[in-house]
Design a protein around this ligand. Structure first.
Ligand SMILES: O=P(O)(O)OC[C@H]1O[C@](O)(COP(=O)(O)O)[C@@H](O)[C@@H]1O
Ligand SMILES: [Mg+2]
Ligand SMILES: [Mg+2]
Length: 282
């Protein structure tokens, strides 16, 4: 099967699963006793979304591996491209009923893989409406999802040239001094928009221009977000929309993975703001 057909099938399967994931949330807001491989207490909703996506994506022709933030190991599903999924991003937002997302990366390599091997990536945003940003062959498209069907809202989405928003994760006293100095420099130019789910925060940056970061912390030099499931796919979407991603040194897509559940500092946004970030934290 040609890669482009597999990519289209993955995109359509994620769109088809999105209303089902959304419909499954109301009764699954409580934390279970078990933890995912990076030590987060799982919600019933995380498990539900993971099982649904494993069933839908793992079953597609042309998909050879399924991996998820919620599973320790990669599942071999045949031969072809590898999909890496964050089934629910921002799941601590479920209790207070705030936005969340689903992230997917499609790698042409066995996992864990470098972001440069991505052939497509995207995310669903469960906001007041359900939308999807999906990047493939160098462009990012925004879709509306209704009844499991994706219809195009905007083609060749690019970050606006005149950025206006910023949002940074982690506790402020835990930020390294050089990152804190960067924040001080840009906060007089931009306004704070932070909701605590990466996809919600990143989609503000895609829409209005600006910068999102979950930086290296004093207590956690690799930050919080996971390279395969979060940093790479969202970095790919933002780079395909004309922005930049960085782990603090260069594009997240150039980070060499060691383990499936590796974490990475994540900085995303307009190129001018990420260039300044890299000079500040160098
Ligand atoms: O509230 P915290 O611990 O600062 O973390 C916020 C970050 O953690 C995340 O919720 C991690 O994603 P998951 O919900 O998929 O674990 C991001 O969406 C968000 O940017
Ligand atoms: Mg996440
Ligand atoms: Mg998650």
């Amino acid at each position: 099967m040609a890669h482009t057909d597999t990519v289209a099938a993955v995109r359509d399967a994620v769109a088809a699963a999105a209303p089902e994931i959304r419909a499954g949330l109301p009764g699954r807001r409580e934390k279970s006793d078990d933890e995912n491989p990076t030590g987060d207490r799982r919600l019933a909703a995380d498990e539900y979304a993971d099982e649904l996506l494993e069933d839908r994506l793992g079953g597609l022709d042309g998909v050879g591996e399924y991996a998820s933030e919620e599973r320790a190991a990669v599942i071999d599903t045949g031969s072809g491209l590898s999909v890496a999924v964050d089934p629910l991003d921002g799941s601590s937002n479920l209790k207070p009923n705030n936005v969340m997302g689903t992230i997917v990366g499609v790698y042409d390599a066995t996992l864990p893989a470098k972001g440069r091997t991505l052939v497509a990536a995207g995310y669903v945003l469960y906001g007041p409406i359900t939308t999807m940003a999906f990047a493939h062959e160098g462009t990012t498209t925004e879709y509306l999802i209704e009844n499991g069907e994706a219809t195009t809202l905007r083609e060749e989405v690019t970050l606006p040239d005149d950025p206006t928003v910023y949002g940074f994760g982690g506790r402020v006293p835990d930020w390294p001094d050089d990152f804190a100095a960067y924040v001080e420099a840009i906060e007089s130019e931009l306004k704070l928009r932070y909701g605590g789910a990466m996809i919600g925060d990143v989609n503000q940056v895609l829409t209005y221009g600006g910068v999102f970061a979950y930086p290296a912390l004093e207590s956690a030099p690799a930050g919080k977000l996971r390279l395969q499931f979060e940093g790479n796919p969202v970095g790919y979407v933002i780079e395909s929309a004309g922005g930049r991603s960085s782990d603090g040194n260069g594009s997240i897509l150039d980070v060499e993975p060691e383990e499936l559940h590796d974490r990475t500092p994540v900085h995303l946004g307009n190129a001018s703001l990420i260039d300044r970030l890299e000079s500040a934290v160098d």
